[in-house]
Design a protein around this ligand. Structure first.
Ligand code: GUN
Length: 288
């Protein structure tokens, strides 16, 4: 391996420590405790793990955590009533509805019912528009975590060629907006992109967010490029059991890249750290 491994776990611990310091200052100076409400509908095991981790880390940072676990057959109107209550609750500064929602619930409708200033995921149409037009937005946590690692690695990103593989609303599109805001030349690649390997080889910054295990191999990577792997996929191990891998084939990519995030221990921990930072930001904005 020639690439430097970017330690997202250590970076996330630094971000959380900074958030914890600011939370304790806010409490001491103004008697305010930032609060994050997380809503989980149904019993998806992966979502339950995420929600548990979010709650634990929220409390460790000194913030209040409000968990709302609803049955899988919860009606849309009951969910909208809960969101309305959370919108009006002064102890709640951030609201996160865990996705995906069960099929009978309209995700767009539910997300857009969250008050934009409490939308710590940055998924509300107002925040999407504010980000796209360069205004003060709540920025989605996973792309924000990726951007922080890239800035730490490079300082300025100005003029760099960035290719984002994946066009989801949660990662691909906001990632492209953030890289554009930092003056990268940005291309979004996806399943219909022609000669995707050659396109990726032009990238100084390559972000993989497609949800396909180990799709990006070393021959897709420009020598010296920085590779950010957003994927978290569970695959069968030879000889039994399972293991987590990203959307990048780490071993072959690390032979070519200049720097690369591992899975686990790269982007994942940064996502929750950015959620906590967004909750603190929402609290500070709510209290002037
Ligand atoms: N499901 C997978 N990632 C996310 C995320 O960042 N936010 C929410 N709300 N749900 C998710």
């Amino acid at each position: 391996m020639t690439a430097r491994k970017i330690d997202g776990k250590a970076f996330a611990a630094k971000v959380r420590a900074q958030v914890a310091t600011e939370v304790s200052q806010l409490k001491a100076a103004h008697g305010i405790t930032p609060g994050l409400a997380v809503v989980l509908v149904g019993e998806d095991p992966a979502s339950e793990v995420y929600v548990r981790n979010k709650g634990k880390q929220t409390i460790e940072c000194g913030m209040a955590s409000f968990e709302h676990k609803l049955a899988a057959d919860t009606s849309e109107s009951a969910l909208l009533d809960l969101i309305s209550n959370l919108n009006n609750d002064p102890q709640v500064h951030g609201i996160l509805v865990q996705l995906p929602l069960p099929g009978h619930l309209n995700e767009d409708l539910v997300i857009n019912a969250i008050a934009p200033e409490k939308d710590v995921d940055g998924f509300h149409i107002s925040n999407v528009g504010l980000l796209a037009t360069g205004q003060k937005a709540m920025v989605p946590c996973t792309p924000l975590g990726c951007l922080m690692m890239l800035r730490e690695e490079h300082g300025s990103l100005s003029g760099m060629n960035a290719v984002v593989v994946g066009r989801s609303n949660i990662v691909g599109k906001p990632m492209a907006q953030l890289l554009l805001r930092d003056s990268c030349t940005v291309t979004i690649a996806h399943s219909r992109t022609r000669d995707i390997e050659a396109l990726c080889r032009t990238a100084d910054i390559l972000v993989a967010a497609v949800g396909r295990p180990q799709m990006v191999t070393g021959d897709w990577v420009k020598p010296g490029a920085t590779v950010i792997d957003v994927g978290i996929n569970r695959i069968e191990k030879e000889g039994g059991g399972t293991r987590l891998v990203g959307d990048v084939d780490f071993d072959s990519a690390a032979e070519v890249a200049g720097a690369i995030t591992p899975v686990p221990g790269g982007v994942g921990p940064m996502t929750i750290a950015c959620l906590l930072a967004n909750t603190l930001t929402a609290c500070c904005r709510a209290n002037g």
